[in-house]
Design a protein around this ligand. Structure first.
Ligand code: ASP
Length: 306
C-alpha cells in the first residue's frame, strides 16, 4: 500500500473575473475540488479525480468550459481539452471541437482508446460519437452570459482581452501517480480554428512521475511560447520547496513578454508540494489536501510551499 497524501488543486481561469461571478467562481472551484477529493479519498485514481473535478466545472455555467464556454468571432463554440497521467506519460487532447459539453471526456478517450495524443475538429467529434462519449449541440453549451459577452465585444462596448474562467485540475493520488486535466472554450472572440495552449502537451499541461503535474491558464499565445507547464515543473524540480516562487516568476515573465497578458498555473509535485500562482487580476482556485476541507479563493498570494 502507498503512503501518499492525496492532493487535488483546481483553477477556474486566470484573468479578470466579473464582479457578479466572484462568489460563484469561489463556490464552483471549491465544489470541483471536493468532487476530486472524494474520488481520491475513496482510493480512486488521479485521472478519475482530475476528470471528476473538471466535469463539475464544465457543467457550471460560471466557467469558460462546457456549458458556459465563450464564443468565437462568428458566435460559434469551439472547445479544447486535455489530460495527461504520469504513470506511463500517456496524454490525450482534443482541439477545435464544436459545441461539446464534456470535452475532457473526449481528451480521455484519445488517451485511453487511441495511439494518438491530439485529435481535432470533426475527427474528434466522430471518434467520440463512435464510442458514445460526449454531449454535443449548441443547446448543451449556450448560456445567456456567453451570448451577452459576444454581443458586447461585437458592438465594441467591451474588450475580449484577459477574460478568465477556463478550467483545470491537477491531482496526486494515494499511489503517488499524478494527472493534469483541463477544458476550455478558448479566448473570447478568437478566430475560428484558433487553438491556444490548453490542448498542447508541455505548454498547457504536463504530468511526469519525477516532476509532478501542472496545468496552465490565461492567454494561450503567451503561455505556449514559453512551454510553461513543462518548464514550471522542470524548474521547480531543481529547487524543491520553492515551486510557488519559481512558477510565479515564470508566469510574470510570460505575461511581461505578451503585453501583460493573464498567465497562471497550478502545480503539484510528486512530494505533494503545491503551487497556485497567477500574473493576472484573478484566478479562482481551490485546494484539498488529504481529508481536510477544500479551501478556495479568487486570488492567490505568493506563499512558497503551499
Ligand atoms: N488558455 C486558454 C486559451 O488560450 C484560455 C484560458 O486559460 O483562459 O485558449
Amino acid at each position: 500500500m502507498s503512503s501518499h497524501t492525496p492532493v487535488i488543486v483546481v483553477h477556474g481561469g486566470a484573468g479578470t473575473v466579473a464582479p457578479e461571478n466572484h462568489a460563484a467562481a469561489i463556490a464552483g472551484t471549491r465544489a470541483a475540488a471536493a468532487a476530486g477529493q472524494a474520488v481520491l479519498l475513496d482510493g480512486g485514481s488521479c485521472e478519475d479525480a482530475a476528470v471528476a473535478a473538471v466535469r463539475v466545472l464544465e457543467d457550471d455555467p460560471t466557467f469558460n468550459a462546457g456549458r458556459g464556454a465563450c464564443m468565437n468571432r462568428d458566435g460559434d463554440f469551439e472547445h479544447d481539452a486535455a489530460i495527461m497521467r504520469s504513470r506511463d506519460l500517456r496524454s490525450g487532447a482534443v482541439a477545435s471541437v464544436s459545441a461539446v459539453r464534456d470535452a475532457v471526456l473526449l481528451a480521455r478517450l484519445v488517451m485511453e482508446q487511441t495511439p494518438h495524443c491530439l485529435v481535432v475538429g470533426v475527427g474528434a467529434a466522430a471518434l467520440a460519437r463512435a464510442h458514445g462519449v460526449g454531449h454535443f449541440g449548441r443547446d448543451e453549451v449556450w448560456t445567456a452570459k456567453a451570448e451577452a459577452a459576444h454581443r458586447e465585444v461585437l458592438a465594441g462596448r467591451a474588450s475580449a482581452d484577459n477574460r478568465a474562467d477556463t478550467v483545470g485540475a491537477v491531482a496526486l493520488d494515494r499511489h503517488g501517480h499524478l494527472c493534469a486535466a483541463a477544458s476550455t472554450g478558448g479566448v473570447l472572440h478568437k478566430l475560428p480554428g484558433r487553438v491556444g495552449d490548453t490542448p498542447l502537451c508541455g505548454a498547457g499541461f504536463y504530468a511526469h512521475p519525477g516532476l509532478g503535474a501542472c496545468g496552465t491558464t490565461g492567454v494561450g499565445e503567451a503561455i505556449l511560447t514559453h512551454v510553461l507547464a513543462f518548464e514550471a515543473l522542470r524548474r521547480a524540480s531543481e529547487r524543491p520547496g520553492e515551486a510557488a516562487t519559481i512558477a510565479a516568476s515564470l508566469c510574470a515573465a510570460a505575461s511581461r513578454h505578451h503585453n501583460g497578458a493573464a498567465v497562471g498555473l497550478i502545480l503539484v509535485r510528486p512530494d505533494g508540494e503545491v503551487a497556485i500562482v497567477h500574473a493576472s487580476e484573478h484566478m479562482s482556485w481551490a485546494l484539498a489536501i488529504g481529508d481536510a476541507a477544500p479551501i478556495s479563493g479568487l486570488r492567490r498570494d505568493l506563499s512558497p510551499g503551499t
